[in-house]
Design a protein around this ligand. Structure first.
Ligand SMILES: Nc1ncnc2c1ncn2[C@@H]1O[C@H](COP(=O)(O)OP(=O)(O)OP(=O)(O)O)[C@@H](O)[C@H]1O
Length: 231
């Protein structure tokens, strides 16, 4: 068996928002290709944890390794390099409304250092096919349904073939049927590309339909392999 480093490893980690300690003594590890839910009541720190993992909040106490980056030692200027190695998916899609789907993806590629036109075109075709939007590249974001916009957001997260995708309530704005489609897509990416996915959610229907390991934020702690009470 190949001895691989976890994609995420936090040990005795403290998570802050400014001066406020949000989560303390966090000890979790996520392996390649794992799908992990992050649940917990509102305001208990799910987004704060995800933001720390993608370098949006500084990390100082304990240890935190993400896709091979040591966040405690990492120079703040290196955050763009960290971001090239992971994908982030948001609840509100965060697409640029002044350009079409293709150009949204091209913008993201250029912003992460891509230059070769042919390679960029091939990559855009590849990710749009993967999310089932191969024919929608010319559409403006406002011409798409919520589910389609979320697929574009996921396509954008996949552009740099990340080993990790962090998703903050990706089904939060979608109806149950559309959510199912997004969950099937995320699980397929996880399985076929061996991408680890950490997904914050309030959606217990999704958890029930697509069971996987659960982390729960509660009373300033993160509980691993948490039981879920569906009643
Ligand atoms: N920008 C900020 N500045 C200061 N405190 C913040 C900021 N954002 C969030 N907080 C605080 O951090 C704590 C955790 O919030 P966080 O958004 O991480 O929780 P959450 O579990 O993701 O909540 P939700 O489920 O509502 O999205 C809350 O007490 C919140 O008020």
């Amino acid at each position: 068996m190949i001895d691989e480093q976890p994609i995420i490893q936090l040990s005795n980690a403290n998570i802050y928002q400014g001066q406020s300690l949000i989560l303390s003594d966090v000890n979790i590890s996520v392996n390649k290709g794992e799908f992990v839910y992050l649940i917990g009541k509102t305001g208990t720190g799910k987004s704060s944890l995800l933001k720390t993992l993608y370098g949006d909040l500084p990390f100082h106490e304990g240890s935190c390794q993400v896709v091979g980056f040591d966040l405690k030692k990492m120079d703040w200027k290196k955050v763009p390099y960290l971001r090239r190695n992971l994908g982030v998916v948001f609840q509100d899609f965060q697409l640029l409304n002044d350009r079409n789907v293709h150009d949204n993806l091209k913008f993201a590629l250029k912003a992460t250092g891509w230059q070769d036109k042919k390679e960029m075109e091939d990559k855009i075709t590849d990710v749009l096919d993967k999310v089932g939007l191969g024919t929608k590249g010319f559409k403006m974001p406002y011409e798409l349904s919520g589910g389609e916009q979320q697929r574009v957001d996921i396509a954008r997260a996949m552009l740099n073939s990340p080993k990790l995708i962090l998703a903050d309530e990706p089904t939060g704005n979608l109806d149950p049927e559309t959510s199912d489609g997004i969950m099937q897509l995320l699980f397929r990416i996880c399985r076929e590309d061996d991408t680890a996915i950490v997904m914050a959610t309030h959606d217990y229907i999704v958890l029930q339909k697509f069971p996987s390991r659960v982390l729960r934020t509660e009373n300033g702690q993160v509980i691993d392999n948490a039981a879920v009470n569906f009643s």
